[in-house]
Design a protein around this ligand. Structure first.
Ligand code: NAD
Ligand code: MG
Length: 396
């Protein structure tokens, strides 16, 4: 069997590190061909020392020089590059079979779309790509015969619970609804009046998952689930009305598919991203992911509740943006990225996050999704508006 050459976009992040852990367990199957990160040179250097990639990519020339020097001194033959063009080059390189798209946020759109246009196998963690440019991205996947495998645990669970090739459309499979599970995050039962004062540290302390800071805040506000509704819409060609969010605090059922005959299929597992990563890497085979077996006796019970749209206004904003369509989800995503960064920086309160997004969507009308340039223009304009609303203290 030929080894798959893998580009990891976002190698130093939570998904990147978990991906490399699965790769480490299967050196006969996978080679980390290119490792791409932003600015964590120490961590990337350690990864280069262990995995000997052909290429490593960082943000700018200064960091690239620093990493290149350390690689040379360690006797490594890794070529170090920098910048957005290098990310695109690694996502489209002729030697690369598979691209793990695990950059956080809008920064991942360009290289991930390029991977689709180059017909690569894409393991998609970077959900913001589908939120910003779902139509463009899915079109590029289809037109170029790219293979798209969802890594987000819910979408991976849905993919595992669908018996047919998921690109053929859900109606063919007799699906009635998709049930997306959500843990409810750290503030599921915090008194509503206390939400305005929660800290970034509390928001990042997720009860079940260890993740990057942006997605942790998204989970606390449930914007993560809102983004995932939009992600599911594009992946499974399914309208928002057919996607139901179910709060399930134990995070053992990762999502479910309800069929017209009354059957409901679910995927269960320990909350560990190595399971969906390994499934996407080896599909349609199964490989060891290093995840301990699920102990049902220890879990003992599974609970479910309806989502609280008053406590989590971000969820309603995401459903609304999906139904408006066009660039509305890109505007929602951009305003959310600005809001989360400001919250982490203590320039915006937690309850200011949905207010800032709502106001940005109110001020800026959505247009058609159009081309990549149209999406990037909407993204930039939404960021400008959201930033100025914060600066003018229009939202606290
Ligand atoms: P993270 O913050 O831990 O890591 C982000 C990675 O992206 C880092 O390697 C960083 O260097 C890189 N990066 C950031 N900005 C960049 C830029 N401008 N250019 C190049 N590289 C850049 O994030 P994460 O938790 O690993 O999440 C990554 C993506 O996967 C997100 O879109 C998230 O929504 C999604 N996801 C994560 C999890 C999880 O368990 N962590 C689960 C499902 C989906
Ligand atoms: Mg998820």
């Amino acid at each position: 069997m030929k080894r798959q050459n893998i580009t990891v976009l976002g190698a130093t992040g939570s998904i990147g590190v978990n991906t490399l852990d699965v790769i480490r367990r299967h050196p006969d199957r996978y080679r980390a061909y290119a490792l791409c990160a932003h600015s964590q040179v120490d961590k990337l250097f350690e990864q280069c020392r262990e995995f000997h990639p052909a290429y490593a990519v960082v943000r700018d020339e200064r960091l690239a020089d620093e990493l290149a020097l350390r690689c040379r001194n360690a006797g490594l033959s890794t070529t170090v590059c920098h910048g957005v063009e290098a990310l695109v080059a690694m996502a489209t390189h002729s030697e690369v079979d598979t691209v793990m798209a695990a950059i956080v946020g809008a920064a991942g759109l360009g290289p991930t779309l390029a991977a689709a246009r180059a017909g690569k196998k894409i393991l998609l963690a970077n959900k913001e790509v589908l939120v910003m440019a779902g139509e463009l991205f899915m079109h590029a996947v289809r037109e170029n015969n790219a293979v798209l495998l969802p890594v987000d645990s819910e979408h991976n669970a849905i993919f595992q619970s669908l018996p047919l090739d998921f690109s053929r459309g859900l109606s063919i499979c007799g699906v009635r609804r998709i049930l997306l599970t959500a843990s409810g995050g750290p503030f599921r039962s915090t008194p509503l009046a206390a939400l305005a004062d929660v800290t970034p540290e509390a928001a990042c302390a997720h009860p079940n998952w260890v993740m990057g800071r942006k997605i942790s805040v998204d989970s606390a506000s449930m914007m993560n689930k809102g983004l995932e509704v939009i992600e599911a819409h594009w992946l499974f060609a399914c309208p928002g009305e057919q996607i139901q969010v179910v709060v399930h605090p134990q995070s053992v059922i990762h999502s479910l598919v309800e069929y017209t005959d009354g059957s409901v299929l679910a995927q269960l597992g320990n909350p560990d991203m190595r399971t969906p990563i390994a499934y996407a890497l080896a599909y349609p085979e199964r490989i060891d992911a290093g995840v301990p077996p699920l102990d049902l006796f220890q879990i003992a019970r599974l609970d479910f509740e309806a989502p609280d749209f008053e406590r989590f206004p971000c969820l309603g904003l995401a459903y609304a943006a999906l139904s408006v369509g066009g660039t509305a989800p890109a505007i929602l995503n951009a305003a959310n990225e600005v809001a989360v960064a400001a919250f982490l920086d203590r320039r915006l309160s937690f309850t200011g996050i949905p207010r800032l997004i709502e106001e940005t969507l109110r001020v800026m009308p959505a247009g058609p999704e159009g081309s990549l340039a149209d999406v990037l223009m909407a993204d930039a304009e939404a960021r400008r508006i959201a930033d100025s609303l914060i600066r003018e203290s229009a939202i606290a």
